[in-house]
Ligand binder design. Structure first.
Ligand code: TYD
Length: 133
């Protein structure tokens, strides 16, 4: 089974500079209630290292590149995000790790809900107990 879904967003090509858009329930399959982004990630650092119980997310490398490894408790799949017109949809119950950030990489995250620490699973053994059955 495929873990995560790489989607192609529109790319409005323009000699003045290109434009990509993501609209809730049209381009991404959820309401967008929160947007955040990570940047200035030092070389060799990792982000993520957790799963969510209910949250849907779409990750976009709006600048630079990084890899995303997804784990559903049974299998793993690694994606290279390096195009600002691609999004990676991550469903609840997916452990994610982000690595190999290029210099200047920016990871934009569209999220289906507001921040709630209670929605996180930050312990991998606990994750496996719930989703690895
Ligand atoms: P976290 O989601 O663990 O970051 P990442 O998955 O990108 O490595 O969040 C890092 C910290 O930032 C954590 O202490 C919670 C805080 N945070 C917020 O306060 N609000 C938010 O919307 C997010 C995403 C994180």
């Amino acid at each position: 089974m495929k873990i995560g879904k790489l989607i192609e967003l529109c790319k409005i090509v323009d000699p003045r500079g290109n434009l990509t858009v993501a609209e809730q329930n049209i381009d991404v399959p959820f309401d967008i209630k929160r947007v955040y982004w990570t940047y200035d990630v030092p070389g060799g650092e990792s982000r993520g290292g957790h799963a969510h119980k209910h949250l849907y997310q779409c990750l976009v490398a709006v600048s630079g590149s990084f890899t995303v490894t997804l784990d559903d408790g049974h299998d793993r799949q690694t994606y290279l995000l390096n195009h600002p017109w691609q999004g990676l949809i991550i469903e609840p119950g997916t452990w994610r790790t982000l690595d190999d950030f290029s210099t200047g990489a920016v990871c934009l995250v569209l999220a289906s809900d507001l921040y709630d620490e209670e929605d996180y699973i930050r312990d991998y053994d606990e994750f496996l107990k719930i989703y690895g059955q």
